[in-house]
Design a protein around this ligand. Structure first.
Ligand code: GLA
Length: 370
């Protein structure tokens, strides 16, 4: 394994453990996680592999096969910058339970595609350290610790979806997660017998303001919940009544969150009933709601979704935080080519940078590889 060889070359010994954790695609349930709602992501076949050996001091030595040169040595948590923050954040959250470590990282999550490479990195390192130090953390505890590293250390106020998907997903399944109770269930999603496949359309665009807009959406939801006298927008039961009491952005955000939670439950219900071919309409409705009510789409995402549908997709939507990143499309296998042609042509027409197409399969969550 490449990462083990790099570890040996850099540190002069073999790693004590090697863990892999995947990125994710969210099938439906967008921006619902920090509203105590429902999400339904699955793990992708790309992720981060972390080779780790603990140290007796508190020094962290880090090497990434994706950045050239010598290992970076970090003696104090404050020195950490760039991608190293995700790793040092996890170590900081573990505190005395972990000490220092020698770490080598190899990742293949397409960068900038919005497939949660940062969650993969956090969960791979946290899982390896949990294993090495015999900490006995459950996959959900690993996800929560990784989320806290990202919230408190990196400063991104994300919800629990990405880390939970990376830690808990199972091959061939998507993860139905209640972000309040943290109860979850892996639901089988087998597209091939229905002649269907899932295509990721990476716009290769990411808008700079995304981080600030994410925090703003979160604040709007929290403000709306306060005005409605509920703990979170998850608790709104009378949507029409709630909308009457809100205005402007808070009204639109509330409408998205409440309807999106229902769409997650409806989609899971269709899968349980074996009606896979019927889920497309819910994907389309989710996209329109994210575009018009939550206002987190982008021209590139909208064009990808519209062109995919014109090319024969059964449903399509943006996935992840928005403002760029990727869209997903549910595509009959015999229409894969025409969908890609349709999206490529629409992008060329608009003068957009060519999109990248990635066939999605439902991969396993974090696991030990050596
Ligand atoms: C980002 C965050 C997640 C979630 C999605 C939107 O990926 O990290 O917690 O909020 O956006 O659904």
């Amino acid at each position: 394994m490449r990462v083990v060889e790099a570890f040996r070359a850099a540190y002069g010994s073999s790693p004590q453990t090697v863990w892999h954790a995947p990125g994710r695609v969210n099938l439906i349930g967008e921006h619902t996680d920090y509203n105590d709602g429902f999400v339904f992501p699955f793990a992708v076949p790309w992720g981060v592999t972390a080779a780790v050996t603990p140290r007796t001091d508190t020094t962290v030595r880090l090497l990434s096969l994706q950045s050239s040169g010598e290992p970076v040595t970090i003696a104090s948590h404050d020195e950490s910058k760039g991608w190293t923050r995700y790793v040092v954040g996890v170590l900081a959250m573990l505190g005395d339970r972990a000490g220092g470590a020698d770490i080598a990282i190899d990742g293949d999550v397409p960068q900038g595609a919005g497939l949660s490479s940062s969650a993969a990195l956090e969960v791979a390192v946290a899982s390896a350290l949990n294993d090495l130090h015999g900490l006995g953390m459950t996959p959900m505890e690993i996800a929560l610790l990784s989320q806290k590293a990202e919230n408190d250390f990196v400063g991104m106020p994300c919800g629990i979806m990405d880390q939970a998907a990376s830690a808990l997903c199972q091959e061939g399944h998507a993860l139905f997660l209640d972000c309040r109770s943290l109860g979850s269930r892996n639901i089988p999603l087998d597209l091939a017998p229905h002649g269907l496949s899932m295509l990721i359309i990476d716009t290769q665009v990411h808008h700079e303001h995304a981080g600030g807009e994410y925090a703003k959406r979160r604040a709007e939801c929290e403000s709306a919940a306060r005005k409605l006298g509920v703990a979170a927008l998850r608790d709104v039961t009378d949507l029409a009544g709630a909308l009457d009491r809100l205005q402007g952005a808070e009204r639109r955000r509330t409408e998205h969150i409440v309807t999106e939670n229902h769409r997650v439950e409806a989609l899971v219900g269709l899968l349980r009933a074996g009606a896979v071919t019927e889920i497309g309409a819910l994907l389309n409705a989710s996209h329109l709601s994210l575009r018009d009510k939550y206002e987190v789409s982008s021209p590139e995402l909208d064009v990808a979704v519209e062109a995919a549908l014109r090319g024969g997709a059964r449903g399509a939507r943006m996935t992840g935080g928005g403002f760029g990143g990727s869209a997903i499309a549910l595509v009959p296998v015999d229409r894969l080519e025409s969908v890609q042609e349709s999206v490529s042509a629409a992008y060329a027409d608009r003068g957009f940078q060519a999109p990248r197409f990635l066939p999605a399969s439902l991969a396993p969550g974090a696991h030990r590889v050596a």
